[in-house]
Design a protein around this ligand. Structure first.
Ligand SMILES: CC(=O)N[C@H]1[C@@H](OP(=O)(O)OP(=O)(O)OC[C@H]2O[C@@H](n3ccc(=O)[nH]c3=O)[C@H](O)[C@@H]2O)O[C@H](CO)[C@@H](O)[C@@H]1O[C@H](C)C(=O)N[C@@H](C)C(=O)N[C@H](CCC(=O)O)C(=O)O
Ligand SMILES: Nc1ncnc2c1ncn2[C@@H]1O[C@H](COP(=O)(O)OP(=O)(O)OP(=O)(O)O)[C@@H](O)[C@H]1O
Ligand SMILES: N[C@H](CCC[C@H](N)C(=O)O)C(=O)O
Ligand SMILES: [Mg+2]
Length: 492
C-alpha cells in the first residue's frame, strides 16, 4: 500500500512519501519489519522515541512522532498527538472493517453491554462480534487479547480480520485507558453508549474530572456528529449522567436515554423473580413486559443499553424485545457457580469498584431468604487505585451481613497492606483470610440454607497475579472452579 495514499486519507500529507510502500504498522520496535510505519509514543514506562533508531535499523520507512523527536533515515510524520495521527494513518491500512461498529464506555457494565449487544444482533440474524475484557468473541468462539481495549494495531488488525471472516457487526469496549491512549480511533463508529460513572482507575487518571474527560473523548472525538448515543439514566439525578448527556448534545449526537429516567426506553418497573426479573418497558408510547432471564438491577440496566444499541443499528423492535428474553448470562457476572450441601448458592461477580460491589450485593439481596445472610468475599487489586479499597470495605460492611477480605491480584504490593486498607473501611465488621481459596472455602462452609455467598472481584479471570516485572507470577485460579470444588457441587 502507498504511504502517500494512507496519509492523504488521514489528512496527514507530508512531503517525500512519494512511492514509499507500506507493509505494516507497529508501536513496538521489536515488531518492526522492512516497510513498517513505526509509532513512537511516550508511555508510562518507556519513551517510544528512544527506540526510533532501532526501528529504522529494522526497516521502518516512516515514524509517527512528536515534531521535536529525532528521526533519521526514515520519513518523520510529525504530529503533536502522535498516537492519534498514527491511528488515523493505520486505519487506512487495516481496511475494510465491519460496516456496523458500536462503542461502549462507562465505569461498570461495558463488558456486559457489548456481550449482550452481540447476542441480540446474533439473535437478529447478524454475524456479530464483540471486543473487550473477555477478548474477541465471534460466532466461532473467544480469543483473549489481555487488555479490555487492545493496543491500536491489535485493535485495527482484529477489526479487519473480523470483516474478512464475514462479521458485519462489532461492539467494542472503550476503556478510559484506551480512550486516553487513542487505542481505538480512525474507524467509523455507528453508535456509542455510556453506562454509568463512578470511582475507578484514579491511580492512572489522578482525579475524577480527568477520568471523566477521558471517557468523554468517545463522544467528543471518536464518534461522528449526528450518530446515536445511548445513555443510561437511572433517574437518580446523577451529575455524571447529566454531564454525559450535555457533552453528547454539544457534539451534535442523537441522544437516546434509557432507564428509569430514560425517554427512549423507559424502565417503568422491575420485579425480581427467582432466576430472572420482569421488566416493564415503555417504548414509543407502548408498554411491554419482558422476562429477562438474568437477575439484578445492574443486568437490567446493561440489557437496556444493549437493546438501545441494537435498535439504532437496525434490529427490529420486536426482535430486540424477544432477544432480551433469551439473553445468556455473561461469564463471571453474577454467575451462579455452585450450591453448597445446605443448598446455599455461591455467585461469582466481577465487582472491583465500590459502586459495582454495591450493585452486586443489591442484585443478590432479594434472593436471600428471610432471616438469611449475604456473605461477601472479595479483595482489591494491587498497583491500582488505592483510594477505592476502604470504600469497598465500607460498602460491604454496610450492605452485606458477613464480610471476608481476601487477596485479588496483589501484583507488586504487600497483600496484607491491601487487606488492611479494605478492613479499615469495613470498620471492624470484616475478617481477613488472605489465601483466596481458603477464604472462598470458609464462606461456602459457613453458608446455611437461607444464605447466599458472593465472591467478587475476579469474575472470569483465570489467574491470581503476584509480583511484578521479572518476579511476576500468575497462579492458575478460577473463582467459579474453586467455588465448585469447595461446595462439592455445581448448580443445576
Ligand atoms: C498504563 C497503561 O495503560 N499501559 C499500557 C500502554 O503502555 P504505554 O503506552 O504507557 O507504553 P510503555 O510500556 O510505557 O511504552 C511506550 C511505548 O514504547 C514502546 N516500546 C516499549 C518498550 C520497547 O522495548 N520497545 C517499544 O517500542 C511501546 O510499545 C509503547 O508504544 O500501552 C501498552 C501497549 O498498548 C499496554 O500494554 C499497557 O498496558 C499495561 C500493561 C496495563 O496494565 N494496562 C491496564 C492498566 C489497562 O490498560 N487497562 C485498561 C482498563 C481496564 C478496564 O477497566 O477494563 C484496558 O483497556 O485494558
Ligand atoms: N450497569 C451497572 N451498574 C453498576 N454496576 C455494574 C453495572 N454493570 C456491571 N456492574 C458491576 O461491574 C462488574 C463488572 O461488569 P462489566 O465487566 O460488565 O463492566 P466493565 O465496565 O467492562 O468493567 P472493566 O472496566 O473492568 O472492564 C459487574 O460484575 C458488576 O458487579
Ligand atoms: N480492568 C481492571 C480489572 C480489575 C480486576 C481486579 N481483579 C484487579 O485485578 O484489580 C483493572 O485492570 O484495573
Ligand atoms: Mg470490561
Amino acid at each position: 500500500m502507498r504511504l502517500a495514499d494512507l496519509l492523504e486519507r488521514a489528512g496527514l500529507a507530508i512531503e517525500g512519501a512519494g512511492e514509499v510502500a507500506v507493509t505494516g504498522f507497529a508501536i513496538d520496535h521489536r515488531k518492526v519489519a522492512p516497510g513498517t510505519v513505526f509509532g513512537a509514543f511516550r508511555g508510562a514506562r518507556f519513551n517510544g522515541e528512544d527506540f526510533i533508531a532501532a526501528a529504522v535499523d529494522a526497516g521502518a520507512v516512516a515514524v509517527v512522532a512528536r515534531p521535536e523527536a529525532r528521526v533519521e533515515g526514515a520519513l518523520h510524520i510529525a504530529d503533536a498527538e502522535p498516537r492519534q495521527a498514527f491511528a488515523r494513518a493505520a486505519a487506512g491500512f487495516f481496511s475494510p472493517v465491519p460496516p456496523i461498529i458500536v462503542a461502549v464506555t462507562g465505569t461498570n457494565g461495558k463488558t456486559s453491554t457489548v456481550e449482550m449487544t452481540r447476542q441480540i444482533w446474533r439473535m437478529g440474524g447478524e454475524r456479530a462480534a464483540s471486543i473487550g475484557t473477555l477478548g474477541v468473541t465471534t460466532p466461532d468462539g473467544s480469543v483473549s487479547t489481555g487488555l479490555t481495549t487492545p493496543d491500536i494495531v491489535t485493535f485495527l488488525a482484529n477489526m479487519s480480520g473480523l470483516a474478512r471472516e464475514g462479521v458485519t457487526h462489532v461492539a467494542y469496549e472503550a476503556s478510559s485507558h484506551g480512550l486516553s491512549q487513542y487505542r481505538n480511533e480512525g474507524l467509523k463508529v455507528a453508535a456509542s453508549a455510556f453506562t454509568n460513572f463512578s470511582r475507578d482507575h484514579l491511580d492512572y487518571h489522578g482525579t475524577m474530572e480527568a477520568y471523566f474527560a477521558a471517557k468523554m473523548r468517545l463522544f467528543t472525538e471518536v464518534v461522528a456528529p449526528g450518530s446515536p448515543a445511548v445513555i443510561w439514566d437511572g433517574g437518580d439525578g446523577s451529575q455524571w449522567t447529566a454531564r454525559a448527556i450535555a457533552e453528547a448534545d454539544a457534539r451534535g449526537l442523537k441522544v437516546l436515554t434509557v432507564g428509569e429516567g430514560g425517554s427512549f426506553l423507559r424502565l417503568a418497573a422491575r420485579e425480581p423473580g427467582q432466576l430472572g426479573q420482569t421488566l416493564t418497558i415503555e417504548y414509543d408510547g407502548q408498554v411491554r413486559k419482558v422476562n429477562l432471564p438474568l437477575i439484578g438491577a445492574y443486568q437490567a440496566a446493561n440489557a437496556l443499553v444493549a437493546a438501545g444499541l441494537a435498535m439504532v443499528t437496525g434490529v427490529g423492535t420486536g426482535a430486540v424485545f424477544d432477544a432480551l428474553t433469551r439473553l445468556q448470562p455473561v461469564r463471571g457476572r453474577l454467575e451462579r457457580a455452585a450450591i453448597n450441601p445446605t443448598g446455599a448458592p455461591a455467585y461469582v461477580d466481577y465487582a472491583h469498584t465500590p459502586d459495582a460491589l454495591e450493585a452486586a450485593i443489591a442484585a443478590l439481596r432479594p434472593h436471600v431468604a428471610a432471616g438469611g445472610r449475604l456473605i461477601a468475599v472479595f479483595g482489591a487489586g494491587g498497583d491500582r487505585d488505592t483510594g477505592k479499597r476502604s470504600q469497598m470495605g465500607e460498602v460491604a460492611a454496610r450492605a452485606a451481613d458477613i464480610v471476608i477480605i481476601t487477596d485479588d491480584n496483589p501484583r507488586s504490593e504487600d497483600p496484607a497492606a491491601i487487606r488492611a486498607a479494605i478492613l479499615a473501611g469495613a470498620g471492624g465488621k470484616a475478617r481477613e483470610i488472605g489465601d483466596r481459596r481458603k477464604a472462598i472455602a470458609a464462606a461456602i462452609a459457613e453458608a446455611g440454607t437461607r444464605d447466599i455467598v458472593l465472591i467478587a472481584g475476579k469474575g472470569h479471570e483465570q489467574g491470581q497475579i503476584s509480583g511484578a516485572g521479572d518476579t511476576m507470577r500468575i497462579e492458575a485460579f478460577d473463582d467459579v472452579e474453586v467455588a465448585r470444588q469447595c461446595a462439592g457441587s455445581t448448580p443445576s
